[in-house]
Every structure is written in C-alpha cells, then in structure tokens.
Design a protein around this ligand. Sequence first.
Ligand code: GCO
Ligand code: MG
Length: 412
Amino acid sequence: MIIDKAEVIVTSPDRNFVTLKLTTNEGHTGLGDATLNGRELAVVAYLQDHVVPLLIGRDAHRVEDTWQFLYRSAYWRRGPVTMAAIAAVDMALWDIKAKAAGMPLYQLLGGASRTGLLAYGHASGKELPELFDSVRAHLDQGYRAIRIQTGVPGLKAIYGIASQAADTADGSIRYDHEPARRGAFPTEEDWDTRSYMRHLPGVFEAVRNEFGPELPLLHDGHHRMTPIQAARLGKDLEPYDLFWLEDCTPAENQEALRLVRQHTTTPLAIGEIFNTVWDFKDLIRDQLIDYVRGAVTHMGGITALKKTIDYAAQYQIKSGFHGPTDISPVGMAAQMHLGLSIHNFGIQEYMQHGSKTDQVFEQSFTWRDGLLHPGANPGLGVELNIDEAGKYPYEQAYLPYNRLADGTVHDW
Ligand code: GCO
Ligand code: MG
C-alpha cells in the first residue's frame, strides 16, 4: 500500500482548519488535522514544502517508521509547527491502516476500554445570572461535567467568556469561546491577577450552592498566575472540589508546578500547548499533575500521544485531551479513538463545532447522555467534503493578547 497522493487542504467554515489528505495506490484515503490556531499557514508551508515530497512512494502501513523518519530526519526537533505537521501525517496513516483493516481505529489501538467518553462543556458568564443560565443550558444538552469561566469586576474583555447570545439565527451552534478573531491584528484583552483571584472563589461557592456538590466542575487559569499565586488559588478553591484547575502557570518552567503541588490538593491539568513527551516527562515522573492536556494535533499524532499517556498511566495520571474548536473534527475523532482504548482515560473536552464545519467534515461520532463515542465506521470516521471545503477560503485570524493596567504585556 503506497502513498501516491498528498494534499494539504485549507478551509475556513466558521474558523480555519488545515487538513492533510493522503491517498494510496489502492484507493484508500486518510485524513490528518494540522490546525495551529493563528499560525495555520506556517504548518501548511511546512507540510507542502518539506513533508509532502517525502511521503510520495512510501509504504502507507509504516506508521511508526514514518513518524521516526519525519521527527529525526528533520534534525530540528519539537515545536508546534513541526509537531502539528507530523501529527497530520500520523493521523492520516492510522486512518488508512484502520480503513484497510475494515475497523474503527480504536480496535487497532487495543479495543474499547469503556462504553463512551465523559466530556465537559464550557459554561461562562460575565455575571452570575448569565453563568447560571449557561450551566443550565449545558446540563440541558446532556453535559455531565462543566468548565466554569467568569468575568472579573473591572476587567473588560477576558478569556473564556461567550461573546454572543447562545443561539445563532440559522440554528447552528456558535463558537462562544473561540478566542481567535478574524482580522489582521490580534485583539487586546486586559488582565489583573489579584482581582481575578479575589473574585473566583466566590463564583465557585455560588455555583456549588446553586448546582450542588455532585456536578464535576473545571476551571482554566490559562497560564496567567505565578507559582505562588497558583498555589494560593488552588488552596482557596479546595472547598469547591474542582475536577481540575487547568494551566494555572505557564509551565514552560516545570518547577513551577512543584511549588503549586506542595500547597494544594486541587487536581492539576496542563499541557495543551505542549508538543512532545519531553514537555510532560518531569511533570509525570514527579507526579506534579493529574491530567495530561495534550492534543493529538499538537503532540505529533496518535503515535506520540499514546506513548505519553501510557507513560502517565504508570503514575495514575489520566487523560484530559485538549478539545476546543481549533482541534478539527479529524483531530477530535483521533483523540476519541485513543480515549476509548486507553485504560487511564479521564475526561474529554468537547466544545462542539458549528454547522458549516460539520458539513465540511462528515463525522461518525455520537454524543449521547454526556458521553462521546467515535462511532463504528472504519478508520477515524471522518470524511472531508471537498466541495463544501472549497466554499470557505482561509481568513487571517489571530488569538488575542493581554496587557496589564500599566500597559505591560502579560501571558494570555
Ligand atoms: C482550552 C483552551 C483553549 C485555547 C485555544 C487557543 O482549554 O480549551 O485553553 O480555549 O485558548 O485552544 O487556540
Ligand atoms: Mg485551556
């Protein structure tokens, strides 16, 4: 089974997506997600100029060998652009292999370890009433775990807050947390860690009072605190029994988590911007985190994320794969197959794509009673409708950035 065609498809239904499509001489096709929010075209160039020419003529069955070849022969290792490109090839090859075997991919990864994947949705509101409505709307949609993000008094624009009303005119689901804005320059948001830390515990207290002790609640700190601030927030949130506190520090400095860990029993999740097992190694080995937030799309594909999560299993650390809308339906499907098969599955982030995206990417997954399942179609279970994709050309979009009150740029 030889790869004889490799195409890079850029499409922007609701938002930008980069997809690699491989075709073999036997007519099997495979899809891989290479979307890197705000830096999409860098991955397109990496794939088109440096990877596609190397793929033509290769044995499509050699998934591991192709991964090692692309990783090691580049010499320049790691980094989001390189690893998103390798991820796309890896996913597409697994898709092809599973289609050739006539099985949904999870069967090749060891078979199902559970009936479905617990998924969390994203409730948000500037003020409590709006936040409560959003929690209720998510409960109505069947979510059994919910992330809570809230406005902070004195701050105008803040990460994770829905910017529009819940339903769009055409009935499609909107991307209410999609932070990347179309346009030629990133938008500016404001930030004040002390105000945020003063405000957040009261919000969780109110949510617990309203919705009771059972509902698993999550929160994303989005890399903004120093280690000692994060330690303090983790302690302050302990009474509200969070499922996890995510990205409490930037964590390029892995020692930061050691300090946080010494002070709080609030479970910690990190890694949506990590690219390889090396970013996780110390955090896993020293048991400084509880959940691995890597995404197949940014961690070099199924091959690499499986190795990372299997390593984490030895330390009772579970998966919490990154699943915002900037992970395409192809990337989401790949991590659903992985999540279904591993033993140490924790939770899957699930934001829901818009209706245009769902027309471009025809998907087999199901979402029932708060559980995701990748479906029974052979391969990943996603096909790309090229005519639909062609309707939506790339549009420049950037993630925002933060400034403090005195004008200093801060982690976003
Ligand atoms: C999450 C993430 C996202 C990121 C986004 C950036 O937990 O889902 O933090 O909201 O901000 O993926 O592209
Ligand atoms: Mg996050």
